[in-house]
Design a protein around this ligand. Structure first.
Ligand code: XLS
Ligand code: NI
Ligand code: NI
Length: 437
């Protein structure tokens, strides 16, 4: 079934920075070794089924514009099965080796849970065949617990027990299918796990319910022998006014409070960091410091638009910062860079999906090369190390070792006089980074 959906588009090749062919990679060269590892193994690029195949590109002011000639627009299982082959042809031509899905983007939601499960199984049969044929793998699966009307006031945090139960049933099935397809992880994004107003909300009770829900997922994971990590994906708002998993720090706190830390890592998304008022770099450092940097939804937001615009990442500073953290933490294990991104409403042709992914992959290739060069050069790391060197010996080492307390530090300060600092050298460091960009 290959070459049926994008007949005009060849497999995208690396042609180098001199190429003027828009359908080529200028920087991403899958097998090129950077720092002892091929580019493709550094990134583990993934494409998001929901955006690539299912996003009609509607916005709050207008309907869908996307032209997807292979899609008959119906909710039939046949249409869903056909889409699988369009997705896999697309990914193969881009050289993308992973994908991510929600249950309801690959298969339709039907009138009953039983029928929905059967539809999902029927599409999973097709996904399994396509994976076998192409070698493309499932980075993570998830359940859509936010689109259906029943979830209008939450899923695991709904005030209605029947909704909690239904959400559990849906996640159980999504985990089964993810496991069956060899998924390397499973993601929880709590789109409606939050509130619209505190007037009607018992926040403490809802959070406890969410904790229960995730413990049930952990139990079930053990039961079916799924060994991949669970990811929580922070996002502060949209669709709800305040989402409980609002940023990396809030998620980590929640996981610790509910005894879930060992079972979860974070799946961080750039645009969600922006909405939380953080840089992606900040979010990644917070996760990395807790040993919980699991996977990344690679996209970007628009500073001028206050919602999740899910654009493809093209900013070299952004990708450099992200790759610095990824390299310093030793790289992805089960996670990867999933383009949770959509083309603009104005970019409605199938070929735009290629331009978008090519741009994202090239931007990360440059980020990788730059970050690697910065680390190889060593001046940046050396500066940071030196800045903390007073903790390497003497009183600093005693502080870190926990062998001194306030009384000893008072005695030390009385004897030592004023405490002095060196310059933070921000401008010098900014210039240093620019040397490499
Ligand atoms: C929405 C989220 C969503 C998750 C998966 O903003 O990014 O797409 O990645 O449920
Ligand atoms: Ni996401
Ligand atoms: Ni998002």
């Amino acid at each position: 079934m290959s070459d049926e959906f994008f007949p005009e588009i060849p497999k995208i090749q690396y042609e180098g920075p001199g190429s003027k062919n828009p359908l080529s990679f200028k920087h991403y060269n899958a097998e090129e070794i950077v720092g002892g590892k091929s580019m493709k193994d550094h990134f583990r690029f993934g494409s998001a089924y929901w955006h690539t195949m299912r996003n009609g590109l509607a916005d709050p002011f207008g309907g869908p514009t996307a032209e997807r000639p292979w899609d008959d627009g119906s909710d039939s299982v046949e249409n869903a099965q056909k889409r699988v082959w369009a997705m896999f042809e697309f990914m193969q031509k881009c050289g993308i080796e992973y994908y991510c899905f929600h249950d309801r983007d690959v298969a339709p939601e039907c009138a009953t849970l039983e029928e929905s499960n059967a539809a999902l199984d029927a599409v999973a049969d097709e996904l399994e065949k396509a994976q076998q044929k192409t070698g493309i793998k499932l980075l993570w699966g998830t359940a859509c617990l936010f689109a259906h009307k029943r979830y209008n006031q939450g899923a695991a945090t709904s005030p209605y027990a029947d909704v909690f139960a239904y959400a559990a049933a849906q996640v159980k099935k999504a985990m089964d299918v993810t496991h069956r397809l060899g998924g390397e992880g499973y993601t929880f994004w709590g789109g409606r796990e939050g509130y619209s107003t505190l007037l009607n909300t018992d926040l403490g009770r809802e959070l406890n319910h969410l904790g229960r829900f995730l413990h049930m997922a952990v139990d079930y994971k053990k039961k079916i022998g799924f060994t991949g990590p669970f990811y929580i994906e922070p996002k502060p708002r949209e669709p709800s006014t305040h989402q409980y998993d609002s940023d990396a720090a809030a998620c980590l706190n929640f996981l610790r409070e509910h005894g879930l830390m060992e079972h979860f890592k974070l799946n961080l998304e750039t645009n969600h960091a922006t909405l939380a008022g953080h840089s992606m770099w900040h979010e990644m450092e917070v996760a990395a410091a807790a040993g919980a940097l699991g996977s990344v939804d690679a996209n970007t937001g628009d500073e001028l638009i206050g919602w999740d615009t899910d654009q493809f990442p093209t900013d070299i500073y952004l990708t450099t910062q992200m790759m610095l953290v990824i390299l310093k933490t030793g790289g992805f294990t089960t996670g990867g860079l999933n383009f949770d991104a959509k083309v603009r409403r104005e970019s409605f042709e199938p070929v735009d999906l290629f331009h978008a992914h090519i741009g994202g992959m090239d931007a990360f290739a440059r980020g990788l090369k730059i970050a690697h060069a910065i680390l190889e050069d060593g001046r940046w790391e050396a500066f940071r190390k030196e800045r903390y060197s007073s903790f390497d010996s003497g009183i600093g080492a005693q502080i870190e070792a926990g062998t001194v307390g306030f009384e000893e530090l008072e005695a030390y300060s009385l004897e030592n006089g004023q405490a002095n600092t060196g310059s933070g050298r921000q401008e010098m460091l900014e210039n240093l980074i620019n040397e490499f960009i």
